[in-house]
Unconditional design. Structure first.
Length: 421
């Protein structure tokens, strides 16, 4: 099973063709699960493997996220693995303070498309990717970036040091705020009344809602296209006033352990979503916890600038991998020869001197230069942030600091002092 998930949130809805035998389970508002314990309230999101629903837990009177896996054997297998990992996470964090999503329960649900593994997770809010978009790709204030970084690092330190788990797909989409950006979308803050049954009225209402949804869909598609254009800089997003971020709770948690693995039992060779992929994964030199640290640094950069750190594309005479390696070197310096030639795939990209075979002229820069020149950071901010990021982006994985070491870095500690003051 491929471990590199596509960016689900780039598309609005899950693939409707996947509602078939072996695929997604169709859910209607008010549907009940686990002998009536959980009642579906509305859809929260979806991934390649599952749809995720806001559900009301009638036993505890709390809201939860119900992740309903596709039913084909490979998805059942993947869910079993995810449940094993999630169980270790919840068992070792009784105080719920480690910034990783908690599993509440799990069960099987039989439906027309087969038997679906279901995971009951604590309800969380919008993803950090959503937050970046909401902020119109402008880059968040560094105080907020630090707060988010601290949560991610607490989560990574827990996964790595205490549990021996590598996440392998860390990215803004897989980090969720504890609550929603819009308070009316949070069932607790909005004092939502739970829907307790699938009444006639609610079904009729649903039909009407579906019709409206269809109409809105085209409009939404256009909006998505516009956002993409803004991201490319085609439309003057800069002219729009900044959106207010006051009142947003920036605490967050790591989610989607679907691709996670025990460090002593790595599963897949090709891990991580492209833009957040570490060089040792591209070169196939073996990997461990430092791959998550690389993805963390890419995520921190994106939070602070609104732009991905590396967005490689294939070109004439070179592949996406080669472009990716070239972009890394342009920003971080040359890959040391020993590292460059040390992977199973090194010969595909590098000559014996450790130079890229097909991309010759590199335009060297640095993180701090880029932050000042392109993103208009103040010199001091740029230098301090670059000093934090650069070691985490060491080409040699074992030279990268651990999450625990990063948590002690002055850049984060300075934030703690400021926040308390
Ligand atoms: P998949 O393994 O199928 O990719 P994910 O675990 O990534 O599934 O979940 C899919 C989407 O569901 C997420 O991107 C997010 O929007 C939403 N989601 C997942 N877990 C939660 C949660 N605990 N609370 C709220 N929304 C969630
Ligand atoms: Mg996912």
């Amino acid at each position: 099973m491929s471990c590199s998930s596509s960016s689900a949130s780039e598309e609005e809805d899950e693939d409707m063709d996947s509602y078939r035998k072996g695929g997604y389970h169709a859910v209607r508002i008010g549907d009940s699960f686990a002998s009536g314990r959980f009642l579906a309230q509305r859809k929260l999101g979806w991934g390649q493997f599952s749809t995720v629903w806001l559900a009301y837990d009638t036993q505890t009177s709390k809201y939860v996220a119900l992740k309903i896996q596709k039913s084909a054997p490979e998805f059942v297998q993947a869910a079993l693995h995810e449940i094993e990992i999630l169980s270790a996470i919840v068992e070792n964090d009784p105080k719920n303070e480690k910034c990783v999503v908690q599993l509440v329960d799990h069960f099987k649900h039989r439906g027309p498309n087969g038997q679906h593994s279901c995971m009951v997770l604590e309800f969380l809010g919008d993803s950090i990717l959503h937050l970046i978009r909401y902020n119109r790709y402008k880059g968040l204030n560094l105080i907020k970036v630090r707060e988010i970084c601290r949560c991610i690092l607490i989560g990574l330190d827990y996964l790595h040091r205490e549990l021996g788990i590598i996440h392998t797909d860390l990215k803004p989409e897989n980090i969720l705020l504890l609550s929603t950006i819009n308070p009316s979308k949070d069932p607790i803050r909005s004092k939502m009344t739970p829907i307790l049954e699938r009444s006639e009225a609610s079904l009729k209402g649903e039909v009407a809602v579906n019709a409206i949804e269809k109409k809105l869909k085209q409009r939404a598609k256009r909006a998505v296209a516009k956002i993409a254009a803004e991201r490319r800089g085609a439309i003057g997003a800069v002219a729009k006033p900044e959106r207010c971020l006051d009142g947003i709770d920036f605490r967050c948690k790591i989610v989607d352990l679907g691709n996670a693995c025990w460090a002593n039992k790595p599963i897949a060779e090709e891990i991580q979503t492209r833009q957040y992929r570490a060089p040792e994964v591209i070169l196939q030199s073996g990997y461990s916890f430092p791959v998550d640290m690389w993805s963390f640094a890419c995520t921190a950069f994106e939070l602070a600038t609104g732009e991905m750190m590396f967005a490689p594309k294939p070109g004439q005479g070179f592949s996406e991998d080669e472009d990716h390696l070239a972009l890394m070197m342009e920003l971080l310096g040359k890959i040391p020869r020993k590292v460059a030639i040390g992977g199973l795939r090194s010969k595909d990209y590098f000559d014996r001197h450790g130079d890229l075979k097909r991309i010759r002229r590199l335009k060297y820069s640095s993180i701090s230069r880029l932050l000042v020149d392109k993103f208009k950071f103040q010199e001091t901010d740029a230098r301090e942030f670059a000093e934090f990021l650069n070691p985490i982006l060491d080409f040699a994985p074992d030279k990268r600091p651990t999450a625990q070491q990063c948590l002690r870095h002055p850049w984060l500690r300075q934030a703690a002092a400021k926040t308390v003051a």
